[in-house]
Design a protein around this ligand. Sequence first.
Ligand code: GAP
Length: 461
Amino acid sequence: MEEKKMEKITSFAKRRGFVFASSEIYGGFAAVYDFGPYGAELAKNIREAWWKKMVQENDNIVGLDSSIFMHPKIWEASGHVSGFSDPLSECKECHSRARVDHLLEEAGVFADEKMSEEEINALLVENKEKLHCPKCNGNDFAPAKNFNLLVQSNLGNFTGDWDKKPTYLRGETCQGIYVNYKNVLDSTRVKVPFGIAQIGKAFRNEITARQFIFRKREFEQMEMQMFVHPDQAMEVYEEWRAKRWQYYLDLGLKEENLKWHEHENLVFYAKAAWDIEYRFPFGFKELEGVHARGNYDLTQHAKFSGKKLEYRDPATNEVFVPHVVETSVGVDRTFLAVLTEAYTEEDLGDGKERIVLRLPKKLAPIKAAIFPLLKNKPELVKKAREIFDELKLEFMCEFDDNGNVGKRYRRQDEIGTPYCVTIDFDSLEDKKVTVRDRDTMSQERVDIAEIGNYLKENLKQ
Ligand code: GAP
């Protein structure tokens, strides 16, 4: 049943222009996806909602937009070159490769991502009878080897010599924040505790391509790093855990579809790490990580760059390396979560049904659709165009004169448009239009002169 919902959402997302497989006319490109016209709007609104909540509404958080390419040493300092890997094993029957943690998960065995190669291999041997190769169903697997997830490039390598040190496409956006910590400190008026927030692309050589846009090789992160006094780190951490939980409720995700998951094996430097999980159609999975990272990041970059990354408190003169509290979520995972939550098949009785995307209004790709009642009546089309041309300056609107109004309502319901505005013959006389609500399907007459204010007021809710 739930798997069926995933299939439905995947085909719906394509059919209605939200998500396309990348390079589709060439047969696709594994684990890479494109946002279609409505998907691009939804993703933009997701970014804007996050930015507003994190940067605009907090006077001690500032934004950043650092580059995808960075000095390769950054990825040595961060530990990604030596330690950012997934365990991979080859099926001895069909020679296909699979992620061992996924093989074990399917066998009902939990492998923590921080386990060593030896620990993972012990689990593989212990649970051999329960394993199934996704390709040939065999259960004989070679010992797992760690496979590094960083994506390499030849940027700046003009000799084509691969022995030269590779450059990397960033594996997470937060490294750009750590290496700009001093720049932000020196160029703005922030004082500890302060945060730097950033939205941007990240790249990982994810081994298994599955679960639609949940696990992509090119994806987008929204990360915020708070720099805090070591003594305040855990207090600030708990504050952010609460804020991020509330954020998802405000985004329309039901509390019963969210849960906390504590990391079992913390990396040595971390003080605490919890994930907010969402009930995707394939089960509860990580949506966001909230981490207390200690002073590891700044200390490592200070060591590798030879630059001091300390903070001097202007009031007390105390010098210390700030601790970092991180919140990290993907645009794509938020997209999939809100789509899952919003997608509704509604029985309207009398054998009628509709698909309605009950998105929070602030996330809806189109805020209002403007219809002339009839396409072949120039006076209606003219008036509707006039209203559309006015409203589009403030709201993302769509003009539609195709088919009967009932069909146009259904089309807008499917893409989650909160309001449809119809101009009929009475409109030319009484200067009012019919506004129809996506969720209740109720209709009311509103003065044409007031329609902009009406939308502004109602879209706030
Ligand atoms: N800076 C910490 C960090 O990158 P992470 O748990 O690896 O931590 C954070 O990633 C978030 O980024 C995840 O919770 C998820 O929302 C998103 N994310 C990670 N890998 C992803 C992938 N392959 N595809 C889509 N989103 C991904």
